[in-house]
Design a protein around this ligand. Structure first.
Ligand code: C5P
Length: 305
């Protein structure tokens, strides 16, 4: 049997780190129905991985733990990766820059429709990767426009560093002082529909963030700030997917868990620990308790400050 391609076989690699919403407040609604959000966001040292190489014709291949689920869910619809490629090509063509056929390989390590940005992170990695493969520098405003067209979370995944995002996710302020955290990600492997979660939200005009975002703080001070914040999508997501409640309870029971919360519109939840050893032990214990669910110990990226 021929060997399946690996991202490492390609000329150029882009990582698509998992996004974690440490907090998410829904503060209002735009006339077009999109919700206004305040989000405290960081990124993991773990995620999907994409490989790129020039090829006689465009190709897209998939491997990794969640590749089959992605194939099933997508059906005949073009994947976000292919949509990102097509929009990049259109933009390159509009400035007369060549954009030859390319083979993109996606190693899908992150669960699908899970609130940690998987598809958005992949799309952002395609925008970064193709600008390198095609050696094209598009105006930043064009790249932002393409990113937002692909999804509200894609602009923040383009940045892939600790940040505060407002609006529907397009107003981004880097958070250079956010430290790294040792985290366990957990998912009951039930996809949750983002529009359905927003649709079930009872109150859409909750208070936004009110803390000083620029100040340097210790990990403990950040934890105190985060404890005062929420994920407003957690109650509607729990109502749709009862497993989220069980998962949050299981994570809270782990020795050393300092803060447990859902990310994005779910169903991925996260637990923060003091160090990688405690997070690793918790991930192993959680895996023993629910071998059919997804658990992953990770470290989050520190801000660049
Ligand atoms: O932009 P994205 O494709 O990630 O959003 C999926 C759906 O989630 C939207 O069609 C919308 O129903 C909902 N959404 C929202 N407000 C946001 C982001 C997403 O209502 N800020």
């Amino acid at each position: 049997m021929p060997r399946l391609p690996e991202a490492g076989d390609f000329d150029l690699i882009e990582d698509a780190p998992a996004k974690i919403n440490l907090a998410l407040h829904v503060t209002g609604r735009r006339p077009d129905g999109y919700h206004l959000l305040d989000m405290l966001v960081t990124f993991a040292d773990h995620g999907d991985r994409l490989g790129f190489r020039l090829s006689p014709k465009d190709a897209f291949s998939l491997a990794g733990r969640f590749a089959d689920r992605l194939r099933e869910d997508a059906g005949a619809a073009p994947n976000l990766v292919e949509r990102a490629r097509d929009l990049m090509r259109e933009a390159a063509a509009s400035i007369g820059h060549p954009s030859p056929p390319v083979h993109i390989h996606l190693r899908k390590n992150l669960p699908i429709a899970s609130g940690i940005g998987g598809g958005s992170a992949d799309a952002a990695a395609v925008l970064r990767g193709l600008s390198r493969v095609w050696r094209v520098t598009l105006p930043p405003a064009t790249v932002q426009e393409i990113a937002l067209k692909l999804g509200a979370d894609v602009p923040m995944c383009l940045a892939s560093r600790p940040l505060i995002a407002c609006g529907i996710g397009e107003e981004i302020r880097p958070l250079p002082h956010l430290p790294s955290f040792s985290v366990v990600l957990g998912n009951p492997l039930k996809g949750v529909s983002t529009p359905e979660v927003f649709g079930r939200l009872e109150k859409k005009d909750n208070p936004g963030f009110s803390f000083e975002t620029g100040a340097p703080r210790s990990r403990d001070e950040w934890l105190a700030v985060m404890r005062g914040l929420r994920n407003d999508l957690e109650p509607p997501a729990r109502a749709i997917c009862g497993e989220i409640f069980t998962l949050l309870e299981l994570m809270e029971q782990q020795p050393g868990a300092r803060l447990v919360r859902m990310s994005g519109s779910g169903a991925t939840c996260f637990a923060l620990f003091d160090d990688a050893g405690a997070a690793g032990q918790a991930a192993a214990a959680l895996h023993r308790a629910r071998p059919d669910w997804y658990f992953q110990a990770i470290e989050t990226m520190a801000g660049a400050g």
